[in-house]
Design a binder for this molecule. Structure first.
Ligand code: F6P
Length: 553
């Protein structure tokens, strides 16, 4: 049997049959039949509490899902990743983001070479540099200390640093300004630097390959802006550092490789925020807190590697996600952090999940006949409640939700209730909303309940809620660097679990190539002095002509 034949496995077919049975049972019924369900269908590790009792699973579904994971060799796949095997087969690379957070002294071999000392060498160099910048010892071309850090990168060389900066802003250097530039739209760069003094601005150019069009364009714009403001080409030496795996390209750009922080081809872009790509994070929060974040990642790595599947948070989350995608036909997952500092977390997860598992062929190239990675999206609560939650509650599509919240706020604000009376903290209001949303989605409100409130009959269908809408709730004590690291690793590994079962390469990203290639041809056609001979389809030809006409007036 080819590995593509996932749906022919007895475990898969048993799951399908069980799903047909379970589909007839509402979450209300499952909770009524098992008064301890809300305490039983939970798991806890590394300070994260995962409540999956409001997912549409029962013990048998969970058992079958674990059996499916066993049948697909998940344990072996996890071990192969940690052993540094080349599990990214289409790029023939090891996948070792776990080595980026391995403590000093641990041993992880890639082709017989222990990479952990290399990782710590770079972390040490980053820490020395971060301390110099934070302490004012790193001086710019005109002798001033750096007060602004502008990180330029895109995709995995941007989304992690932006998300982490926003998430950990509370413990960041408030007297420094951090900006992030990713879009090739010149507005992104222009707005990022418009109020900055070049003499106090450090640019970190982040690019694994150092050939990415967007990043190189923005890096050139930054160099021109800096040199013009400071009046000297030599300013580049004091105002630019690079983070890359490609020393030759960095040199070609004009940054001395002594000012380059390296990483390795076994770190995927979307898994790189705790490599040197996190340099801006380290400058913002300091090396000690950066190490706390790495410890959070590592704690989840160890849990993932060693915990039995029925208590393993990433395995449970991955399996339940697969159940929702493949058996309940849910096309999306909404990620809803009830924590303002996590406002960029959904955007970060979009690359992590969709660039990883948005694949339609198996490792040996066969077309899959099952759904793979769902669409991730989301917004912080409570904002989403006043926008798209309507569809989640009463629409025709099933949208499983991940609610994320913390026991303690980083910004206590005394609450004033609707009746004008003070009491508690706004954080209680925030988390009351999180808890209430999960409850409303699961249990809904029956027509009888709506009628009993005296609702006119014509409005009963409009005001009834079917419920039975699945969600997972993740709670932690406080949004610390450690908690953030654990939370990210939880999602990273749940993506791994699903990719292993779907038998796809979660670590390549060929899908972004075609658009990039075509853009190269199109750029030449847009910038040619006179309209070139166009050989695209009629729509593309017409768009090129219309753009040229609009631009040229
Ligand atoms: O979008 C494709 C991609 O290769 C991502 O995987 C990566 O994170 C991003 O581009 C940036 O690449 P680089 O770090 O090489 O500039």
């Amino acid at each position: 049997m080819s590995r593509a034949d996932l749906t022919l496995l007895p475990e898969w077919q048993a799951l399908q049959q069980h799903c047909n049975l379970l589909e007839t049972r509402h979450l209300r019924e499952l909770f009524a039949a098992d008064p301890k369900r809300g305490e039983r269908l939970v798991a806890e590790a590394t300070g994260l509490y995962l409540d999956y009792s409001k997912q549409r699973v029962d013990d048998e579904a969970l058992r079958l899902l674990r059996a499916l994971a066993e049948a697909r060799g998940l344990k072996g796949r996890i071990a192969a990743m940690f052993r540094g095997e080349r599990i990214n087969s289409t790029e023939n690379r090891a996948v070792l983001h776990v080595a980026l957070r391995a403590p000093r002294g641990e041993k992880i071999l890639v082709d017989g070479h222990d990479v952990v000392p290399d990782v710590h060498d770079v972390l040490d160099r980053m820490a020395a540099f971060a301390d110099q910048v934070r302490g004012g010892a790193w001086k710019g071309h005109s002798g001033k200390a750096m007060r602004n850090v502008v990180s330029i990168g895109i995709g995995g060389s941007d989304l992690g640093p932006v998300m982490a900066y926003e998430a950990l802003r509370d413990c960041s250097r408030r007297d420094m300004t951090f900006r992030f530039v990713s879009n090739v739209d010149g507005t992104d760069f222009a707005e990022a630097v418009r109020d900055l003094d070049a003499a106090e601005t450090l640019f970190i150019i982040c690019s694994k390959t150092f050939t990415t069009l967007e990043t190189l364009s923005n890096a050139h714009a930054a160099r021109a802006w800096c040199v013009e403001a400071l009046g000297d080409e030599r300013a580049v030496a004091k105002h630019f550092v690079a983070v890359s795996t490609a020393a030759a390209e960095v040199e070609k750009f004009g940054i001395d490789t002594k000012q380059m922080f390296g990483f390795w081809d076994w770190v995927g872009g979307r898994y790189s925020m705790d490599s040197a790509i996190g340099l801006s994070t380290m400058i913002a929060i300091g090396p000690d807190r950066f190490h706390d974040m790495l410890a959070g990642f590592h704690a989840m790595d160890e849990h993932f590697r060693s915990a039995p599947f029925d208590k393993n948070l990433p395995v449970l989350m991955g399996l339940i996600g697969l159940w929702n995608a493949n058996f309940l036909d849910a096309a999306t997952v909404a990620v809803l952090p009830y924590e303002q500092y996590l406002k960029r977390f959904p955007a970060y997860l979009q690359q992590l999940t969709m660039e990883s598992n948005g694949k339609h062929v198996t490792l040996d190239g066969a077309h899959v006949d099952y759904a793979t990675g769902p669409i991730y999206w989301g917004e912080p609560g409570t904002n989403g409640q006043h926008s798209f939650y309507q569809l989640i509650h009463q629409g025709t599509r099933l949208v499983p939700c991940d609610f994320i919240g913390f026991g303690q706020t980083l910004n206590p604000v005394p609450a004033l209730h609707a009746d004008g009376k003070p009491g508690g903290d706004q954080h209680d209001l925030l988390i009351a909303n999180l808890i209430a949303q999960g409850e409303a989605l699961a249990f809904g409100k029956t027509a009888e309940e709506v009628r009993a409130e005296g609702t006119p009959e014509a409005l009963v269908p409009h005001r009834s809620f079917e419920g039975n809408r699945p969600s997972t709730t993740i709670l932690a004590e406080r949004l610390t660097p450690f908690a953030l690291g654990s939370l990210i690793a939880l999602y990273e590994h749940s993506v791994f679990v699903q990719g292993a079962i779907w038998d796809i390469d979660s670590f390549d990203q060929w899908g972004v190539e075609l658009g990039k290639q075509l853009a190269r041809t199109t750029i030449a056609e847009l910038t040619a002095a006179t309209e070139p001979k166009l050989a695209h389809d009629s729509s593309t030809n017409a768009l090129i002509r219309r753009y040229r006409a609009l631009r040229d007036g």
